[in-house]
Design a protein around this ligand. Structure first.
Ligand SMILES: Cc1cc2nc3c(=O)[nH]c(=O)nc-3n(C[C@H](O)[C@H](O)[C@H](O)COP(=O)(O)O)c2cc1C
Length: 182
């Protein structure tokens, strides 16, 4: 099985990165092929709303996201990871979500093969674990619309310090076993 990680935090080795990596390490331990993509290191623009994809099934733009979308089409499982910035996912992740519009036909028929597995990782500074539940729920709706089966989610709170995830052995364990269960 091919498992890819889409990691949106600009902090390499930070909380989201640590937890996404742990899921991928678990998947690798279970014998799956894994690869991680760091959105912050990729060059890409926002969706131009040109609707080219509605007829062609492809995005008119040729940038790093074009290749990532090909990877997503070929993956059996995707680990999505983003920090929370201003009550939302960070801009790198939100821009990536907009580009997923290419997987919808003009009739809103989904073009992505259904049944891919998904894991969602988030990290926030706020200690209130319930504060951003509506954001997580909205993304779950996007994933479900695209036919993903959500296998698990890990939402780290109190994560101002990028090393927080490395000290949360409970979450590291959860992330690894999620990866192994994919
Ligand atoms: C521009 C910016 C905006 C942020 N906004 C919020 C916020 O609205 N709520 C919150 O709880 N944390 C907020 N944070 C804190 C991050 O969500 C937190 O540090 C998170 O753990 C970062 O994850 P990382 O270590 O993977 O980068 C913000 C951080 C930045 C840089």
């Amino acid at each position: 099985m091919k498992v890819i990680g889409i990691m949106a935090s600009p902090r390499k080795g930070g909380n989201v990165d640590t937890l996404v990596q742990e899921v991928l390490d678990g998947a690798s331990e279970a014998g799956h092929q894994v690869e991680k993509f760091s959105l912050n290191e990729m060059k890409f623009s926002g969706c131009q709303a040109c609707m080219f994809c509605k007829k062609s099934g492809r995005c008119k733009q040729h940038d790093d996201i074009t290749a990532l979308m090909d990877e997503m089409e070929g993956a059996d499982a995707v680990v999505f990871g983003s920090p929370i910035y201003f009550w939302q996912f960070c801009s790198q992740f939100r821009t990536f979500i907009d580009r997923m519009y290419m997987f919808l036909g003009s009739d809103f028929k989904v073009r992505l093969t259904p049944g891919k597995k998904a894991v969602v990782i988030t990290s926030q500074g706020n200690p209130d674990a319930n504060m951003f539940r509506p954001v997580f729920k909205e993304f779950d709706m996007v994933l479900k619309m695209y036919g993903f089966q959500i296998k698990g989610e890990i939402h780290l709170d109190s994560g101002e310090n990028p090393s927080t995830a490395r000290m949360r052995t409970d979450l590291l364990k959860e992330a690894r076993s999620l990866g192994m269960s994919l």
